[in-house]
Design a protein around this ligand. Structure first.
Ligand SMILES: NC(=O)c1ccc[n+]([C@@H]2O[C@H](COP(=O)([O-])OP(=O)(O)OC[C@H]3O[C@@H](n4cnc5c(N)ncnc54)[C@H](O)[C@@H]3O)[C@@H](O)[C@H]2O)c1
Length: 397
């Protein structure tokens, strides 16, 4: 029995005790030489999840009135660990380090003032929640990580670019004056990498309330000559990567819900307008995104049993993001060089061409996507949908 299985079970039990809207983070650490006086001892003798859950629930209710939720768990085959449940990660870390925190923990973090990517009033739906953003180091992922952190969530910034993820997480934490973000290295195309990252999340924060599967790549190419390798690599990140993230995250979310069957969680795939309408000379990308909608609908049907909603957001072009605006390899420079936009002589001409395709006259931005995320999390009666955020460029039929 591993800590990454036990910690989510404990989080669910503590969430149920915290009541509606309560937030709970579970932190774990190897057992220290001297056990904190408040720690409740618990033995988990075998690899049976149901038996572990029953033992944990009994231990949780055995605590003295007002005592912190602190457990010294002996896990068969894995060793001894200290686990603590508290209302935020900083309080939980103090408890496992042997310090004292008021038993109720701190109040859930309020939404913070500088909320670049938030939408006034909506952001409370993620305050105090634990979120994962894949591909979170730059572009839309960075915008989403910033928006969620500014709204009071604890954000796991997962990216193949570990340095970028660490830089962003450190910045968000420094700005918030609390642990607002934690970086984790993750290559969404590798099952081992995804499984390791999700285990680290389970051990460190006990669970997840919101998964934003955002990592994605674009390699444009004609069906007449695109190399199979390029086609496969796009499919592997955008399509298979979403499957791997959903698979491992959903198991964690299912486990944490055992103790709190009313707990609702969300998986949101950042899809694209190219998941709703074909994209000329860009079939690998559009195909992977259309496939993503099929996965969203299918996962939604299956995971509804575990209180997990699964939806996609289909943004229009993020013209101010690095994919388009990078001065060396961005799409504006590429399209100018290759003459893709007839008559365009400058980057401004290329940009104007793409803006003119949007009825609302501008590219999609971080706050547009954040509003869609808040809506999907807040909405209790929808799953399996693909929500366009395209300024009217693509309309549902
Ligand atoms: N930029 C747009 O105009 C646009 C429009 C609609 C949808 N989207 C979608 O938004 C998402 C983000 O796109 P973006 O434009 O911000 O891209 P981006 O290239 O700016 O950022 C993508 C991030 O994903 C990371 N990444 C790439 N491969 C990864 C892997 N295997 N594992 C983990 N991380 C990986 C990168 O390191 C990077 O930090 C994608 O799914 C994309 O399809 C983008």
């Amino acid at each position: 029995m591993t800590v990454s299985v036990v910690a989510p079970l404990l989080r669910g039990i503590a969430l149920a005790a915290a009541g509606p809207g309560g937030s709970v983070v579970v932190a774990s650490a190897p057992l220290p030489p001297v056990l904190p006086a408040d720690a409740v001892r618990i033995d988990i003798a075998d690899d049976d999840e149901a038996a572990a859950f029953t033992a944990l629930r009994a231990a949780y209710s055995r605590r003295a009135a007002g005592a912190p939720a602190l457990f010294a768990a002996n896990l068969a085959g894995a060793g001894e660990f200290l686990l603590a449940a508290a209302s935020d990660i900083d309080a939980a870390r103090v408890l496992v380090a042997g310090g004292a925190v008021p038993s109720a923990g701190r109040a859930p973090a309020p939404a913070e003032a500088d909320s670049k990517g938030s939408a006034a009033g909506r952001d409370r739906v993620v305050s105090g929640r634990i979120a994962l953003v894949t591909g979170g180091a730059q572009g839309f992922g960075e915008e989403i990580a910033r928006g969620l952190a500014a709204s009071g969530a604890l954000v796991w910034v997962a990216d193949i670019n570990g340095d970028g993820a660490r830089r962003l997480a450190a910045e968000l934490t420094a700005k918030a004056g609390r642990t607002a973000a934690i970086a984790v290295a993750m290559d969404v195309t590798s099952e081992e990498s995804v499984a390791d990252a999700i285990s680290e999340i389970a051990r460190t924060t006990g669970g997840l309330d919101l998964v934003v599967s955002n990592a994605g790549v674009l390699k444009a190419g004609s069906v007449l000559d695109q190399e199979l390798g390029a086609f496969d690599s796009v499919t592997r990140v955008n399509y298979t990567g979403f499957f791997l993230v959903a698979k491992h995250a959903a198991n964690l979310m299912r486990r944490q819900r055992l103790g709190h069957p009313g707990h609702r969680t969300d998986i949101v795939q950042i899809n694209s307008k190219s998941g709703l309408a074909g994209s000329n000379r860009n079939g690998a990308y559009a195909g992977s995104k259309f496939g993503g909608i099929g996965l969203v609908q299918s996962f939604a049907l299956e995971l509804v049993e575990y209180g997990i909603k699964v939806n996609a957001i289909c943004p229009g072009n993020f013209l101010d993001g690095p994919l388009w605006s990078d001065q060396e390899k961005g799409l504006f420079v590429q399209y100018l060089r290759t003459g893709k936009v007839p008559g365009a002589k400058t980057i401004a001409d290329v940009r104007a061409f793409y803006e003119a395709k949007v009825p609302m006259g501008r590219g999609c931005e971080g706050p547009d996507v954040m509003r869609a995320i808040y809506y999907l999390v807040e909405q209790e009666y929808e799953t399996g949908q693909a929500l366009p955020v395209t300024g009217g460029q693509v309309m549902l039929t």
